[in-house]
Design a protein around this ligand. Structure first.
Ligand SMILES: [Ca+2]
Length: 226
């Protein structure tokens, strides 16, 4: 009986996998505003050495909805779904941290397979964003394949923010040739840069980027596409 139950459970677990392909990651909890440096000396920081972007206890550091715990990209048929799980739920009562104008949760997609070895371009050809100005959530795909602004911004209807999970679904054909991705959360004080322009680092804060995974050979923790 126990064996039969095990087989049934295995079949049930196998079902979602056979319905599509997924690549996922996990990330430390409580690491907002910290960057876990790669295994070589970079700016005098060695692997495992968390560098904080600010000093002391900032209210931003308590915004758990910016703290990534896991994320994934799934491909099924012609659609790609990307998700992020964060540490604290987003509710009707959630507020932006003091002094923050906008929050962005992002999935960056790359065309260059060499990026996985950090020998090629790190040009972010496609970016998918969920944006929150403290009142409304929107989602958008930014296509920078032209190489120069104004870039093509497509607002996406098929997205969700439910508790601790944010997700976006869109056509995979909107990002032809992508081979790698990683995720992060960002804050903007003052005016966030317009999505159709080059990213501006002024007023920008990188809150949480994917922890290094597996062989720690890259600056960022790029994942392969499913
Ligand atoms: Ca985290």
């Amino acid at each position: 009986m126990a064996v039969a139950c095990t087989i049934v459970a295995a079949l049930m677990l196998a079902t979602p996998v056979s319905a599509g392909k997924t690549v996922s990651f996990t990330d430390r909890e409580g690491d907002l505003g910290k960057f876990w440096w790669p295994p070589y000396d970079f700016g005098n920081h060695l692997f495992g050495d968390p560098m904080s972007w600010w000093q002391g206890e900032s209210p931003i550091a308590n915004a758990g909805y910016l703290d990534l715990l896991s994320g994934w990209v799934s491909v099924k048929g012609g659609e790609v779904t990307m998700g992020l799980e964060v540490a604290s739920p987003l509710t009707d009562d959630s507020k932006l941290p003091n002094g923050v104008a906008e929050v962005r949760w992002v999935w960056f997609f790359y065309l260059d397979s060499e990026i996985l070895a950090m020998t090629g371009s790190n040009y972010i050809t496609y970016g998918v964003y969920i944006l929150w100005d403290g009142a409304d959530f929107t989602a958008a795909l930014v296509d920078r394949s032209s190489g120069s602004p104004p870039f093509v911004v497509t607002y996406l209807d098929d997205f969700s923010v439910e508790g601790t999970v944010l997700a976006v679904t869109m056509s995979l054909s909107s990002m032809p040739g992508v081979v790698a991705w990683f995720s992060g959360s960002q804050i903007y004080k003052g005016s966030p840069w317009p999505l159709d322009q080059w990213p501006s680092m002024s007023a920008y804060g990188a809150m949480d980027y994917t922890d290094m995974q597996g062989p720690l050979s890259t600056y960022y923790a790029w994942q392969p596409m499913p």
